[in-house]
Design a protein around this ligand. Sequence first.
Ligand code: HEC
Ligand SMILES: [Cu+2]
Length: 371
Amino acid sequence: MKAPVSSRWWLLFGIIIVIALIGTGGLVWFTMGQPGPTLAACPPACPYTFPQVPSVLAPESVEAEQIASLFWLIVGIAGVIFVLVEGVLIWTVLKFKNRPAEQALQIHGNTKLEIAWTAAPAVILVGVMGLTFRTMVDVRAPATSRSITVNAVAQQFWWAFRYPEYTTPDGSRAIVTASELVVPVNTVIEIKLESKDVEHGFWVPELFGKMDAIPGYLNQMKFTPTTVGTYYAGQCTQYCGTQHAQMRFAVKVVTQAEFDAWVASQLEPAVEPAAGSLAEAGKAAFLDARNGCIACHVIDGAGGVGLVGPNLTNVAERQFLAGGIIANTPDNLARWLASPQTVKPGNKMVLPTKLDQPTIDALVAYLETLN
Ligand code: HEC
Ligand SMILES: [Cu+2]
């Protein structure tokens, strides 16, 4: 004679479930309400907000579409199995539920059943593995249509994008941007992924699967964007140091005509600041070795040798600065130059001296002309 499950146990079970739900919900609500360190200072240094929350379930490229389809197929298979197993379970519970004064039938194993429930999952898993391998091959298949190559270079704590095929007529300079990858729609974008220091991860959920940037090793991947517009949010996905979470980047998908115009404007030589202007003083400050800029940055046509920091040749054309964390406005630029370590603690821009306000104003005026 077996005792039925006591109602006290049901009560305890219910209480645990309710506490778990309230706890999780409360935690999510609490963390969502908390401003991060950058937000606390906002405004004026408001972080850049991407128009769209990243999602693998909103694919906007041929490859992301293939990955999402695979996901839904596996969810479908798992769903059918779930319904079958739970159905049989509920059916058994109801049909064979404990009735008073009844001796249960004693069964010791059933070879056919054992084989069946070992073989069936194995067959299903091998099938899922096959589908996965096929998708992995598909998303990495060599481009059969028009393609462009971009070197994506990761470093603590920002991304550089170099377009080796788009150079000035004399071939002396290729397009280089930071934190912002601009690509034409319906074109295969071949990414050559490198890292300058530690391991980083390259990922835009709407556009392609995750891939690591490994020092000393060239990883390759591709994506074919299908929708014009939005800045898709990218994020470093391998912990790489203090500012890993603020190592963001964006992909902007434009029409071919817009892309051509962008290329042309990126390759134009910098406009020389007018004599006696504030921008001219800024250029002098940039080139002044005491301020350190030229040790880490390059502005084509002006100077600089360093490759530690982003190429600033067309910095005014970018939507945001410092790994996609602050909008590119004159105010934010001034805050950045006044104290890069306050805006992004631990980043690799360490100034040899603190800049005074007139120098900052001049530098901002100069950097704003670089478009
Ligand atoms: C020790 C090297 C170093 C020095 C010196 C330095 N920078 Fe930087 N700079 C960096 C690095 C690294 C970053 C990227 C920081 C990040 O996002 O993590 C950066 C970012 C920037 C940015 C934002 C660019 C972008 O696209 O995100 C600007 C603008 C800038 N620096 C201007 C200057 C100016 C002007 C000076 C001189 C007063 C200067 N920097 C001196 C290393 C340096
Ligand atoms: Cu990183």
